[in-house]
Design a protein around this ligand. Sequence first.
Ligand SMILES: O=c1ccn([C@@H]2O[C@H](COP(=O)(O)OP(=O)(O)O[C@H]3OC[C@H](O)[C@H](O)[C@H]3O)[C@@H](O)[C@H]2O)c(=O)[nH]1
Ligand SMILES: [Mn+2]
Length: 370
Amino acid sequence: ERERGGMAKESSSVPCTPLLKDELDIVIPTIRNLDFLEMWRPFFQPYHLIIVQDGDPSKTIKVPEGFDYELYNRNDINRILGPKAACISFKDSACRCFGYMVSKKKYIYTIDDDCFVAKDPTGKEINALEQHIKNLLSPATPHFFNTLYDPYREGADFVRGYPFSLREGARTAVSHGLWLNIPDYDAPTQLVKPRERNTRYVDAVLTIPKGTLFPMCGMNLAFDRELIGPAMYFGLMGDGQPIGRYDDMWAGWCTKVICDHLGLGIKTGLPYIWHSKASNPFVNLKKEYKGIFWQEELIPFFQSAVLSKECTTVQKCYIELSKQVREKLGKIDPYFTKLADAMVTWIEAWDDLNPPTVAAEVPNGPAKGK
Ligand SMILES: O=c1ccn([C@@H]2O[C@H](COP(=O)(O)OP(=O)(O)O[C@H]3OC[C@H](O)[C@H](O)[C@H]3O)[C@@H](O)[C@H]2O)c(=O)[nH]1
Ligand SMILES: [Mn+2]
């Protein structure tokens, strides 16, 4: 009998020790109301929220009582960034990356407002935030695959044949969570399988091996902002752009290339959230249309991207990547030249708001297993 997860009911207060209470911000992009927070209250209330209100800034978004938050609408983004605001998407969930930029914390968790608390096969409510924090605080294994999954997890370890020289692992930069109920399918798949629901709860956390790209979904995602924040630019989408629903994919591909270069790890798997709303597949098809054939050229680009050894900080890696985007992808469509410019603007804006106190050199140490 396949293990099945489900959606939790509104819970009463569940005592949880708020790990990283003052070192983590929760970033939520929204055009809707934030009632979903009621269900997350036991897990989220101790944390500071950064709400990025998309769309019409004159609309008032009500935040449930008792949450500590800051809210930014488009007027705020324009006021804070001035002309550099052009790199932040409008009328697309990609706007969430503004929250990463204004945060002052070491960790970020971002979640969509139609994602709810899921239940594991035992019926226990899943504290997704707690699991992401565990993923981020334990090492990753990008340089050698452990067949018994996460070796740092209680009750597991490295298996025979795993080199002891590699058992220290790599620092974890990203924790990519999954979704019960509505899976993050692209529009063609959604159209073919409109009623497919993900009921499969896989009790595993895996490190994505070095040299392998993956499709990063922004719905249930956490990362170490100090390790990889400047790479988490959710590319130009939405109003005035020829493409949508590739913002998180773009960020994931850039981030993975940079993590591989800097010897950092990315994990995927637990925790699950319950994704409740299927967005309109026809609207999604229009947004994704160009991306579906462009990505056949983008993937080989990222697979063959090489960063020089002078790229010792995320910013330097990202600027280097933007140059390669301009040179190699600009010929696909003028959009990529615009995107390369936006990548540079993003880094400039990031450094304006986050002046490097000390050179944020990520020791480009010889990532073992190279
Ligand atoms: O113009 C917009 C539209 C939506 N949002 C906010 O973004 C979140 C995701 O929106 P939604 O749940 O309607 O879209 P999905 O198709 O389920 O989202 C997935 O695919 C698109 C993106 O990649 C997204 O990250 C994925 O989760 C939600 O919080 C909306 O309120 C917005 O800010 N602006
Ligand atoms: Mn959704």
